[in-house]
Design a protein around this ligand. Structure first.
Ligand code: MN
Length: 256
C-alpha cells in the first residue's frame, strides 16, 4: 500500500464504510484523486465481494473483511464465508463487541464467541490489520486479544474506560481518531494519555457527519490539523508522524 507513495506524507483513513455511501463509485474516485490511503471496512462477509470489486485495482483503497458486532449473532452463519475471504485481504473490520444495543447475557456471549473465533483465525494468519469496534465493551475487547496476539489491532472510535485504555496502550494497540472525537472533551482528555506513535486517523463515514454531510476520507486532514494543535507541533509534522505510524503497522513492527 505504501510503496510508490510520493514524498509528501499521505493522509490515511483506517476506517471508512465505502460501500454505504449513496454513490460509492464517486467516493472511490474522490479517494484516488485526494490520494488518501483508505481501508474500506465492511459489516458482513456477504458484502465483501462487492466491496472488493468496487475498489479492485485502485491504488489508495483496500477492502477489509468484517462482521459488525451488532450483526454478529444474527449472521454467525456467515463465518464460513469470512474464513473463505480472509486469505484474500490483510485487512479485517469492522469487527468487535458492542454492549450498548443489548443487555442480554446470551446475546453478548454470542458476540464474544464470533469475535474470539475471528481473533483466533487472525492470530494464526499473524499479519492481519484489524479495525475494531468496542462501544461499551472496551475491557472485554482488549482482554479478548490476550497478551500475545499476532497482528495489528486498531481500536476505532475508542470511548471506553481509562483502565482498558492503558492496557491497550501497553499492548501496542493503535487508536484511530475521527472528526467527532476531536470535538469530544472526554476523548481529548484521554488523548493526552496515548503515545503519539499509537495514533491514527479515520473518517468512519458515512456514519460520522461533518457540517450535515457524511464524513469523507479527505476529512482526516482536519483531524491531523487538530492533533497538530494538541501535540503543539506543525501540521506537516503531525501528518508525517501519522503516516509513519501507518507505515510501521504495515511492517507489523511493535511500537518501540
Ligand atoms: Mn464503523
Amino acid at each position: 500500500m505504501v510503496k510508490g507513495a510520493g514524498k509528501e506524507p499521505s493522509l490515511v483513513d483506517t476506517h471508512c464504510h465505502v460501500d454505504l455511501y449513496p454513490d460509492p463509485y464517486e467516493l472511490v474516485r474522490r479517494i484516488e484523486a485526494a490520494q488518501v490511503y483508505t481501508i474500506a471496512v465492511t459489516n458482513a462477509p456477504s458484502v465483501f465481494r462487492q466491496t472488493a470489486a468496487l475498489v479492485d485495482g485502485k491504488r489508495f483503497v483496500r477492502p477489509a473483511i468484517g462482521l459488525h458486532p451488532e450483526l454478529a449473532s444474527q449472521r454467525a452463519n456467515e463465518l464460513n464465508l469470512m474464513w473463505q475471504y480472509l486469505p484474500k485481504t490483510r485487512y479485517v473490520g469492522e469487527v468487535g463487541l458492542d454492549y450498548t444495543t443489548t443487555t442480554s447475557h446470551s446475546e453478548r456471549a454470542k458476540q464474544r464467541k464470533v469475535f474470539e473465533a475471528i481473533i483466533s483465525r487472525c492470530h494464526e494468519a499473524a499479519d492481519k490489520v484489524l479495525t475494531v469496534h468496542s462501544r461499551s465493551a472496551a475491557e472485554d475487547v482488549v482482554d479478548a486479544f490476550g497478551e500475545s496476539f499476532q497482528g495489528v489491532v486498531i481500536l476505532h472510535w475508542y470511548s471506553g474506560s481509562r483502565r482498558a485504555l492503558s492496557k491497550a496502550i501497553s499492548r501496542g494497540f493503535y487508536f484511530s481518531v475521527n472528526t467527532a472525537m476531536i470535538g469530544s472533551k472526554k476523548w481529548l482528555n484521554m488523548l493526552k494519555l496515548v503515545p503519539r506513535e499509537q495514533i491514527l486517523t479515520e473518517s468512519d463515514g458515512p456514519f460520522v457527519r461533518n457540517a450535515g454531510a457524511p464524513a469523507r476520507p479527505e476529512d482526516v486532514a482536519s483531524v491531523a490539523r487538530a492533533l497538530a494543535k494538541r501535540w503543539e507541533t506543525t501540521e506537516p509534522e503531525s501528518r508525517k508522524l501519522l503516516y509513519q505510524n501507518f507505515a510501521r503497522l504495515l511492517r507489523n513492527k511493535p511500537v518501540s
